[in-house]
Design a protein around this ligand. Structure first.
Ligand code: UDP
Ligand code: MG
Length: 325
């Protein structure tokens, strides 16, 4: 079993394929750890696979996992993690924007005790308006809503202890929130500045439309990390609040009608009261449904609601004395 696995998702990166493999090889050759590389060809429609295969040659450290179609970066990463056997897992982009030469420094951070080392593109080489600005805003919002505080959530180069990497369940486009997801598992996440290079060949696979998807994903992450085991607390809170106010209003109007004989036909407040009561009942019901779903979610995957760092048990000091009668 190798000590280190490097996982790289690649999609239509033909012009970068050869340099990617040779840079990775140069880095691994300098390491003292035993290593492997899992390249995931995410359904490329150009020559990426053939060029990667040619560049890897008969170097047994390199494996290419070829997906049947384009499943997206998150799925490609998940496939790579499933095929990785190392005790430490490094992920990075396959477009040469990340520099494999940073890997040893990330490994040092893990050596020093962190569970996850993540890159910070301090001197980022991407267009400002279309890439950097949205990313600055996204980083601010993600930082404010999740419990991991770093500068750069979007950087592709990261190193993980295997139990953290394999404990993450990745869906949709959640690769952007890996640091937050790892933090939610209780991992200590440490960020270090890394080298970032402009994209010289090929094109970026994402446009500005990702902004909306990031906001929606953020909502999901926030809910799952904060409330996935107690959805009734979110929905129930709003539900009860609406019900109390609604019952107050309808009760008040009811007394007016029944005791004082006031006409209610021209009282819009009545509508609000009814709406609040109904909305409140629905929110509470949604919370209860959520509770049932949460139990199915955890139990169907045998997914515990906690993560254990280690179990310490002192070894027995002495064998029990044998007593003879
Ligand atoms: N990628 C992938 N599948 C996709 C889209 C992207 O495997 O559907 C890979 C891509 O080849 C690259 C990495 O994910 O290695 C990051 O993509 P990109 O450089 O386009 O993102 P950006 O750096 O512009 O955020
Ligand atoms: Mg890129």
């Amino acid at each position: 079993m190798p000590q280190l696995s490097v996982v790289v998702p690649v999609y239509n990166e033909a012009p970068n394929a050869e340099a990617l493999v040779s840079e990775l090889r140069a880095t691994l050759d300098r390491l003292t750890l035993t290593s492997e590389v899992v390249l995931v060809d995410d359904g490329s429609t150009d020559d990426t696979f053939a060029l990667l295969a040619a560049a890897c040659g008969d170097d047994a450290r390199f494996r290419i996992v070829r997906l049947r179609r384009n499943f997206g970066q998150t799925a490609a990463l998940a496939a790579g993690l499933d095929h990785a056997a190392g005790e430490i897992i490094v992920t990075m982009d396959g477009d040469l924007q990340n520099d494999p030469a940073d890997i040893p420094r990330l490994l040092d951070v893990l050596e020093a005790g962190a569970d996850v080392a993540t890159g910070w593109r301090r001197d980022r080489k991407d267009p400002f308006l279309s890439r950097q600005l949205p990313s600055i805003l996204a980083n601010l919002v993600i930082g404010a809503t999740t419990n991991v505080r770093i500068h750069d959530y979007g950087c592709g180069i990261k190193a993980f202890r295997v139990e953290i990497a394999k404990g993450m369940k990745l869906y949709g486009e959640m690769h952007r929130f890996i640091a937050a997801i790892a933090g939610d598992l209780g991992a200590t996440v440490v960020e270090i500045p890394v080298n970032h290079r402009p994209r010289l060949h090929g094109t970026s696979k994402y446009g500005i439309s990702r902004t909306f998807r990031v906001v929606l994903d953020l909502l999901t992450i926030k809910f799952l990390s904060g409330y996935s085991t107690r959805p009734i607390h979110v929905f129930g809170f709003f539900g009860l609040l609406a019900m109390v106010v609604g019952l107050g209003i309808t009760g008040f109007l009811g007394v007016e009608k029944l005791v004082f004989g006031v006409r209610l036909a021209d009282r819009p407040l009545l509508l609000l009261g009814i709406l609040l009561v109904l909305g409140g009942v629905q929110f509470v019901t949604l919370g209860l449904l959520g509770e049932m779903l949460a139990r199915t979610y955890h139990e169907s995957q045998a997914k515990p609601i906690y993560t254990v760092r280690e179990v310490r048990q002192p070894a027995p000091t002495r064998a029990p004395a044998v007593s003879s009668v």
